[in-house]
Design a binder for this molecule. Structure first.
Ligand SMILES: NC(=O)c1ccc[n+]([C@@H]2O[C@H](COP(=O)([O-])OP(=O)(O)OC[C@H]3O[C@@H](n4cnc5c(N)ncnc54)[C@H](OP(=O)(O)O)[C@@H]3O)[C@@H](O)[C@H]2O)c1
Length: 331
């Protein structure tokens, strides 16, 4: 498995994302399949696992903790903070009816990065993950009520205490990065980045390259769309966010499949599935150090690991040219 560093520690360039494993927003989950996906990933060379307290309101972290029990040292554990329920501080983010997982009924979630809240959240994560330290703690979404300097001071204190080893931020703008970096050491950022979402590339990636900051691309398969396995007639379970997204409407899916059709000769030449080819293309973009790929079961997890392959510059360039021709027609 290709290795790339985060804060000087080598981790697998392909990380397992465990949002869907929490069930919430993904129409439920199957814990046995989720544990199998995590364990198969580790068996096949994945060391980086990304989770968050909000994924299934603790459920994803609990399942990750269970799956890695006895193998903690084989894993670089990344989790997050800053999306919290049960507070009126920060900024209201969304309402959720989390009746299927740990929380019950109507839950109001706030973006809040106050020091006392982060410290409390970390204790919960450590317990659910069954560990004494988090390798990478990332602020999940940014909010304006807490100065970034205060948030960073709390994170650096947790690092000094050994509870966390590295500090990251998700969903940031360059000005956020600047403030994090002025107040401490920012080791990584995590952003939505895929063939269909490259709008921040020119802003973010040069800063990461210059500053030695790892860039963790999330949703690189666009929630499965770029595997080519989602057809226009696909239906989704109740509560699956894809059922409400324009991207997953039949006519858009057909356009995506038409683009992926043009990638098929490259997939055949390289002996890759479409998802693997897309993951490989993403890992070849300058500045993208890691991709976080979600998987529901062992089969998907094992397939996705196969995306850590080298592509020739010709293949990467030809894919990019095809992508740019199709992109204006795709949502
Ligand atoms: N920081 C943030 O704000 C943020 C936001 C979003 C995500 N993330 C992180 O990034 C991770 C990855 O992103 P993501 O989960 O949103 O999307 P993704 O990786 O683009 O897509 C994952 C989904 O695609 C389908 N899939 C994956 N591998 C497949 C395969 N080999 N064959 C067929 N289908 C396959 C599965 O869904 P089905 O089987 O149901 O089709 C899976 O749940 C998340 O899990 C999370 O850790 C972070």
């Amino acid at each position: 498995m290709l290795q790339r560093p985060i804060a000087g520690i080598e981790t697998s360039a392909i990380g397992l994302g465990t949002w869907a494993i929490g069930g919430w927003m993904w129409g439920g989950t199957d814990d046995d399949n989720a544990v199998a996906a995590i364990q198969a990933s580790i068996d096949h060379g994945v060391t980086l696992i990304d989770t968050a307290p909000i994924y299934g309101f603790g459920h994803s972290e609990t399942v990750v903790g269970k799956a890695i029990a006895g193998r903690r040292d084989a894993v670089y554990l990344a989790t997050k903070c800053g999306l919290v329920s049960g507070t009126d501080k920060g900024e209201e983010a969304f309402h959720s009816t989390a009746t299927t997982i740990d929380a019950e009924g109507d839950v109001i979630v706030h973006r809040y990065l106050g020091p006392e809240s982060i410290t409390q959240e970390v204790e919960g994560s450590l317990q659910r993950l069954q560990t004494d330290h988090i390798d990478l703690l990332q602020t999940h979404w940014q909010e304006a009520t807490t100065p970034i300097e205060d948030t960073m001071a709390a994170l650096e204190k947790l690092r000094d205490q050994g509870k966390i080893r590295a500090i990251g931020a998700c969903n940031v703008l360059p000005e956020h990065m600047e403030r994090y970096r002025a107040a401490g050491t920012l080791d990584s950022i995590q952003e939505q980045y895929s063939m269909l979402k490259r709008d921040r590339e020119a802003d973010d990636l040069p800063i990461c390259i210059d500053g030695g900051i790892a860039f963790l691309a999330y949703s690189p398969l666009v929630l499965g769309l770029l595997t080519g396995k989602i057809t226009p007639d696909r239906t989704y379970g109740e509560g699956d966010l894809r059922s409400k997204q324009k991207r997953f409407e039949a006519d858009n899916v057909a356009k995506v499949l038409a683009m992926l059709d043009q990638f098929k000769p490259f997939a055949q030449e390289m002996g890759l599935t479409m998802g693997q080819l897309v993951i490989a293309w993403t890992l070849h973009q300058p500045g993208v150090s890691h991709v976080l790929v979600g998987a529901r079961n062992a089969q998907q997890a094992i397939e996705n690991v196969g995306g850590a392959v080298e592509l020739s510059p010709e293949i990467v360039n030809q894919m990019t040219a095809i992508l740019e021709r199709h992109r204006p027609n795709i949502t």
